[in-house]
Design a protein around this ligand. Sequence first.
Ligand SMILES: *[C@@H]1O[C@H](CO)[C@@H](O)[C@H](O)[C@H]1NC(C)=O
Length: 209
Amino acid sequence: MISPIIFIFSLLLSSCHAAVQDFCVADFTAPESPAGSACKKAATVTADDFVFSGLGIAGNTSNLIKAAVTSAFAAQFPALNGLGISLARLDLALDGVVPFHTHPGGSEILIVEKGTICAGFVSSANTVYFEQLVKGDIMVFPQGLLHFQVNSGRIPAVAYASFSSASPGLQITDYVLFANDLPTELVAATTFLDITQIKKLKGVLGGTG
Ligand SMILES: *[C@@H]1O[C@H](CO)[C@@H](O)[C@H](O)[C@H]1NC(C)=O
């Protein structure tokens, strides 16, 4: 005969078990709700869902900034959905730079794997913090603050960045100002730059207006 205590204990265990949601692998084919993405049915989730391959491959740095960011955010790696973490690989060719940018959704911690990177950020008090980082050094960039990374060495540099969000987002200041149709007069009024310089940068970055 099962003792009443064991019976109650096993009831508690089973109800706890039912209440725990271990993961929510995002199902991007289903509509998004205010609560976020729908979850893939647990029965269809496999080990492959929890593995992302691709950060072992160098990104293509043949571009204006001579840099490439390969993201493993929730959009690329749906198993991260709801877990509050993500990762990216940063490749910086010689003279490569990730211009001033922010991740509105999370803080970043960067570890240098190869080369030398000058990295820094500016606080909301407008104080500048920057350092030369070498292999094994890590630097943290608090959430929302503008920061940059520049290859300051003589070989291509590689770093990995981890974020306190599954979808930290990326907003690059130069692109905000010069890669869209924000009217040139408004860019001038809000930045104090002159029209000639703004038009030149819009030409390089693809902006209009
Ligand atoms: C890298 O990007 C450039 C510019 O978009 C392109 O011409 C080139 O084919 C790409 N290289 C590789 C290996 O994909």
